[in-house]
Design a binder for this molecule. Structure first.
Ligand code: NDP
Length: 341
């Protein structure tokens, strides 16, 4: 069983050497017995997500998920196939999406974060960790529940071509908003404008003054900022917000790379413009998951939503794929194909 092992707790941005590949023996059988309920899965696709960086820190303070255990496989979302089971609800051949190990085969004992997938020829299996998985749901819950959008409003999305951002922009367009995205390369900007339907996009690496760049894109100001990055971009967005604007704080991926992140100077704008800024976790909205799936699958099948994936081949390339998230190497949702369907 090939595995990606987490070596030990880290500071700063993650490196490939924080993980190592190991081969260990495995019995391709689930333990049987009255109190087992375990089942063995073959992992097909693994998801690389920025939040996993938080699990590499011993002091990770989250009520719902603990830090990784040094010496054990990295854990993350995946799409897997059941190969042997002692659980009547999961039979060999069933497909599941949820938390699994970064390894070829995993023994699953907890099923709370797992859902069965009905194969559908029109939907790639890997979408169950992207468009239809946690990142897609984050976009849906964050935009519709946290941003209180109204048709005609001006929406700005950062890390806009990523797993979450690309769907936020499309949801905002479907809602009748004007949408601008920022991203870190001209290739991503092209994707935003020509494939993902954003009204405008800019490469923040080409801008010397982010406040001016946002002013250029939003002469009337921003009603909604969906913040995936924090840092300087948040500071610049604050100065461009309209009165009664909303900022959904989804993530602050820029902070992971810096030991001494630059502080935010413009928070007083919250007061002068009566802006609402709200952090959220997608896991607080899970009751909306069925509604999200109906909405996104229906729009996807009608061609009104598209999704861009960045697929790396092979488990041994998973550490590099994950590390690449923090320098913007991924173009679209970063996925690793571990085995063929
Ligand atoms: P992405 O697919 O967007 O990948 C990360 C992207 O972040 C990179 O491609 C890069 O894009 C950008 N980035 C990396 N480093 C920096 C930096 N130093 N400054 C600015 N941008 C940077 O990731 P996701 O869509 O999966 O996640 C987006 C955000 O959403 C993250 O902050 C994540 O933690 C958060 N999140 C929050 C959830 C919640 O429940 N609140 C759930 C899921 C995700 P570029 O080249 O454009 O800079």
């Amino acid at each position: 069983n090939k595995q990606v092992i987490f070596r030990g707790y880290i500071e700063g941005a993650p490196k490939e050497t924080d993980m190592e590949i190991k081969i260990s023996g495995i019995q391709l059988k689930a333990p049987k017995g009255s109190d087992s309920g375990a089942f063995l899965v073959k992992n097909l696709y693994l998801s690389c997500d920025p939040y996993m960086r938080g699990r590499m820190r011993s002091s990770f303070t989250s009520s719902y998920i603990p830090p990784f255990v040094p010496g054990q496989p990295v854990e993350g979302f995946g799409v897997s196939k059941v190969v042997d089971s002692d659980n009547p609800n999961f039979k060999p051949g069933d497909l599941v999406a949820g938390l699994t190990g970064w390894e070829e085969y995993s023994l699953i004992r907890k099923t709370e974060q797992l859902r069965k997938i009905q194969p559908d020829h029109h939907i790639p299996l890997s979408y169950h960790i992207g468009l239809l998985g946690m990142p897609g749901f984050t976009a849906y819950a964050g935009f519709h529940e946290v941003c209180s959008p109204k048709s005609g409003e001006y929406v700005f999305v950062s890390a806009a071509s990523g797993a979450v951002g690309q769907l936020v922009g499309q949801l905002a367009k479907l809602h009748g908003c004007y949408v601008v995205g920022s991203a870190g390369s001209s290739q991503k900007v092209d994707l935003l404008k020509n494939k993902l339907g954003f009204d405008e996009a800019f490469n923040y690496n080409d801008e010397t003054d982010l406040v001016a760049a946002l002013k250029r894109c939003f002469p009337q100001g921003i009603d909604i900022y969906f913040d995936n990055v924090g840092g300087e971009m948040l500071d610049a967005a604050l100065l461009n917000m309209r009165d009664h604007g909303r900022i959904a704080v989804c993530g602050m991926v820029s902070l992971h790379s810096y030991h001494d992140p630059q502080g935010i100077h413009n928070l007083f704008t919250l007061v002068t413009k009566r802006i609402t800024m709200k952090g959220f976790l997608q896991s607080d909205y899970l009751h909306l998951y069925p509604r999200f799936l109906d909405y996104v699958i229906s729009n996807y099948k009608q061609g009104k939503i598209v999704y861009v994936e960045d697929m790396n081949e092979g488990l041994e390339n998973a550490p590099a794929a994950f590390v690449g998230l923090f320098s913007g190497k991924n173009v679209g949702k970063q996925v690793v194909r571990v085995a063929c369907e």
